[in-house]
Design a protein around this ligand. Structure first.
Ligand code: A2P
Length: 319
């Protein structure tokens, strides 16, 4: 297992299990199998709708005394309906109850977007709360308190642009330690990479395999398919491994944590073993050529007529 060491010397496994899009009902078996295979890092969120099952499986496995709580890294996220500073601690407490844990290793602000209490997704512009009235910095200060209160060990963000990270770093008492973003060869984000390296912010890559099981409504016609990319297929052949292993090994070689989702034991095993694949500088160069700034998750759900969220100000880049 390849580990990444954080500034306070805490370590986490560079391949974690993603749980987004894993239907409730399969999570118990998936998490149990993952832990048996040696996964020691699980990425969760309340919006994935399966935290209670993750918690049940995790806690039953703990009772078998194969591993201790301290050997497993559990991440979860603050949903967009709980950005109000008064809602932040209760949201984490609910997640801890669902996961049946006393603390999280990492708690992330899921999106730089706020919605009204009780909502998963906004239906009209009125369901969104402008960041002018509920700034991310206020939410961040409430997240910082959770560390002081011992409810989580580390805090970070997700889907934040470089600009938003800069603003947060400028006011933070505890700097964000992680930014979890979509990252793969079609979306390499070199500027984010440079900024995070300089600021010692760890990047976690979601959709490292291009998220082939996204719901139909989130797909575009003629979108590129990462797992069928000819350059990746030919590197897989060269190294006698699978395309998924090339994609994951590329991230790990760049010092990025990857959280591939799988509910299939053979693929889970394969993904965990990807850190054994060693790519050469030439291989890395070939993959670098694939960048096309292509997002599979564009964040369109947050863009509704009449609100001040736009794709431009969500990602802080031109659309
Ligand atoms: P499954 O759960 O049946 O294994 P991402 O992590 O980018 O969101 O991608 C998740 C998707 O990729 C799921 O459809 C998952 O299917 C599939 N997947 C996970 N691991 C592999 C693998 N090693 N090879 C091919 N597909 C994989």
């Amino acid at each position: 297992m390849q580990m990444l060491r954080l500034q306070n010397s805490d370590e986490l496994s560079m391949i974690g299990l993603g749980t987004f899009k894993s239907e409730p009902g399969v999570m118990h078996a998936t998490v149990t199998e993952a832990l048996k295979l040696g996964y020691r890092h699980i990425d969760c969120a309340p919006v994935y709708g399966n935290q209670p099952e993750v918690g049940e499986a995790f806690n039953s496995f703990l009772k078998q005394n194969v591993m201790s709580r301290s050997q497993v890294w559990i991440t979860s996220k603050l949903w967009n309906d709980s950005h109000d500073p008064d809602d932040v601690r209760p949201a984490l407490e609910k997640t801890l109850t669902d996961l049946n844990l006393d603390f999280l290793d990492l708690y992330l602000m899921h999106w730089p977007v706020a919605v009204k209490k009780g909502l998963f997704l906004p239906r009209t512009a009125d369901d969104l709360i402008s960041l002018k009235s509920l700034p991310l910095e206020k939410t961040w200060h409430a997240m910082e308190k959770l560390v002081d209160q011992g409810l989580c060990r580390h805090i970070g963000v997700s889907n934040f642009s470089v600009n938003k990270l800069k603003s947060l770093c400028a006011i933070a008492e505890i700097k964000p330690e992680v930014n979890q973003i979509e990252l793969h060869p079609y979306l390499q984000q070199p500027e984010m990479f440079k900024f995070c390296n300089n600021e010692k912010i760890t990047i976690t890559a979601y959709s490292p395999l291009g998220s082939p099981d996204r719901p139909e409504r989130l797909r575009e016609e003629s979108e590129p398919v990462l797992l069928q990319e000819p350059a990746i297929l030919s590197l897989a052949e060269k190294h006698a491994v699978t395309p998924a292993q090339i994609l994951l090994s590329w991230l790990v070689s760049k010092g990025v944590i990857a959280i591939p989702k799988s509910t299939n034991p053979a693929r889970m095993k394969q993904n965990l073993a990807a850190t054994e694949v060693k790519l050469s500088n030439d291989d890395m160069g070939i993959i670098e050529q694939l960048d096309r700034n292509y997002r599979y998750y564009k964040g369109g759900a947050w863009i509704l007529d009449g609100s001040d969220y736009t794709l431009e100000n969500l990602w802080d880049e031109k659309y």
